[in-house]
Ligand binder design. Structure first.
Ligand SMILES: NC(=O)c1ccc[n+]([C@@H]2O[C@H](COP(=O)([O-])OP(=O)(O)OC[C@H]3O[C@@H](n4cnc5c(N)ncnc54)[C@H](O)[C@@H]3O)[C@@H](O)[C@H]2O)c1
Length: 328
């Protein structure tokens, strides 16, 4: 691909689409060539802002000669768009969750493999410096063996999110599918371990919806470590920060998202603070490095599949009242 800029198309110009478009538009090795969006006003506005062409139909954009697309659509539409993108031979950065069913997720991973294009999952929180630093501490053994974890993820209710997020047919569920998959991936990635079993309760507490707006789950990792996943999207707004805690045999850490990383272990205590948030730029950088370097991205379709397996096991457990296996 030489020194030419990678031509990126964005499908869906909503909350996520905007952030990706701005990140790629700022990147010296990329240009945003097209924005595909059903809502013409919204699509044209973003296209103008980043100097791209507007398309009402993403298939027309795929025919316009792109190197890669970023898929930022309601979850149930991920499969059709990803298969079209693979058919057009373009690389994909696909927003989470990979899909709403394992069948769709496997079809996406298979289509990308057969087409020989890279599929990267949009688990953007891996690109937060405080989360990356936490993973580094764990990987270097500063915590010994991680034994218990807690992820507390409080987001906004209906007032803060698009309506489709609360429609099972489009989102595949409620807060677990929109936000919870980030928390699931964060725990998997931090520990470098797989969640093999889930015991969960879900509830609909404050939003007038028929999907869950709260979840409390106990998860078991392949290593035997256990964790609690606690998520709420109250209609009256957020309270408190998104925190992740890991306690191990030799030390512990607490990530306060966007703010601090605290460590205490047998070798002392440390605290780091974080301000600037460039996670979408750093994610774009990794995607472009994979494409131009001819190497797989650091976040794969398999990560998407594993995250979805855990989310679906969580729903099965909430329905059955029993622990459920997460691996298919
Ligand atoms: N990583 C993050 O931080 C983050 C944040 C928000 C959302 N997301 C993910 O991004 C995806 C989109 O969520 P969102 O919050 O941006 O939703 P959104 O509703 O804000 O945006 C989706 C857009 O897609 C458009 N659209 C729907 N069907 C289309 C079609 N066939 N062709 C073109 N455009 C179409 C809609 O008009 C809408 O503008 C989801 O997978 C979601 O989970 C990720």
């Amino acid at each position: 691909m030489g020194e030419e800029r990678v031509r990126i198309g964005i499908v869906g110009a909503g909350i996520a689409g905007e952030r990706h478009a701005e990140a790629f538009a700022r990147h010296p090795r990329a240009s945003v060539a097209g924005i595909a969006e059903l809502d013409a006003d919204r699509g044209r506005r973003l296209a103008q802002r980043v100097g791209a062409a507007y398309f009402a139909d993403y298939r027309a954009m795929l025919r316009a000669g792109l190197d890669a697309v970023v898929i930022c659509l309601p979850h149930a539409l991920h499969r059709a768009c990803a298969l079209d993108a693979a058919g057009a031979g373009v690389h994909m950065l696909l927003e989470k969750p990979i899909a709403t069913t394992l069948d769709d997720a496997r079809a996406i991973v298979g289509a990308a493999e057969r087409a020989g294009v890279w599929l990267m999952m949009g688990y953007v929180h891996r690109f937060r410096p405080e989360v990356e630093a936490a993973r580094d501490l764990i990987a270097r053994g500063r915590l010994g063996r991680p034994r218990t974890v807690l992820d507390r993820f409080i987001s906004g209710g209906m007032q803060d999110t698009p309506r489709w997020v609360w429609d099972r047919s489009q989102a595949g569920g409620g807060v677990v599918m929109y936000g919870g998959v980030h928390a699931i991936d964060r725990l998997r990635w931090l520990l470098g371990d797989e969640i093999v079993e889930v015991y969960a309760r879900t509830d609909t507490c404050t939003n007038p919806v028929d999907v869950e707006d709260a979840v409390c789950a106990v998860v078991t990792f392949a290593s035997g470590a256990t964790g609690v996943l606690y998520e709420h999207a109250p209609a009256y707004g957020r309270l408190g920060a998104w925190t992740t805690e890991v306690f191990g045999t030799d030390g512990a850490l607490i990530v306060t998202t966007g703010a601090t990383l605290e460590y205490r272990g047998r070798d002392g205590a440390q605290r780091w603070t974080y301000g600037e948030d460039r996670r979408f730029e750093r994610q774009a950088d990794e995607f472009l490095a994979a494409i131009t370097g001819g190497r797989p991205p650091s976040v794969t379709g398999d990560d998407g599949l594993r995250g979805l397996e855990v989310a679906l096991a969580l729903y099965r457990s909430a329905a059955s009242g029993r622990p459920e296996r997460a691996r298919s």
